[in-house]
Design a protein around this ligand. Sequence first.
Ligand code: ATP
Ligand code: ZN
Length: 226
Amino acid sequence: SAPARDRLRIAIQKSGRLADPARSLLAACGLSWRQSRDKLFCFGESLPVDLLLVRDDDIPGLIADGVCDLGVVGLNELDEQAKARRQQGLPDAYQPLRGLGFGQCRLMIAVPEDWDWQGVAQLSGKRIATSYPAILAAWLRDKGVDAQVVELSGSVEIAPKLGTADLICDLVSSGATLAANQLKPVETLLDSEAVLAGPVHELDDARAGLMAMLLRRLDGLSRVQD
Ligand code: ATP
Ligand code: ZN
């Protein structure tokens, strides 16, 4: 089994939508760090809780591999990677522990504005561009719709204009990006927000106590905010 560790390691996004709110929330829990020179690793000063600054896509894998104990990541990303693991027959390796109240967005199906939307049966035989192929495939299966999933890593919203897909499945917050691309949202697959993700099995060394304390402090914060 893995060697005992006495410091907790939390992965957060290095830069992007979740970076600042994640850091602020952890600071509000009483954590502080000595900034390292390369800024990929922040050594915890007030408590033995260190930060690893990474791309959000890497966070579930870092928890699965035991490199990090916790992570702040969008439920969309966590759920996508969890479903991809299941589709590969791998065991569950992480779970959302707490919703954090920021990074709200929806994973939605969006179709060209001029479509007369009748319902999900209309998706049958169509090509759907997305960066969330596992969630989309599971949703299509659940709805009994046979459509083609076109996996794209970025610029999903221009795929219909480019002719590489008929419609898209993408994250939506204000809807401005969809409107700018003459698309309209019609179905919601997932209501997402940033979550604190952790392992499926409890830790059995000093990190367990640190994790419990951090969760208590987080819960205390959300009571004050409510
Ligand atoms: P990285 O460089 O870390 O891979 P990224 O470009 O994948 O960054 P961001 O655009 O910063 O990531 O989004 C991070 C998370 O913010 C998303 O996974 C999602 O949970 C959340 N989010 C909230 N609103 C939106 C939105 N309108 N579009 C995209 N993501 C959003
Ligand atoms: Zn990313």
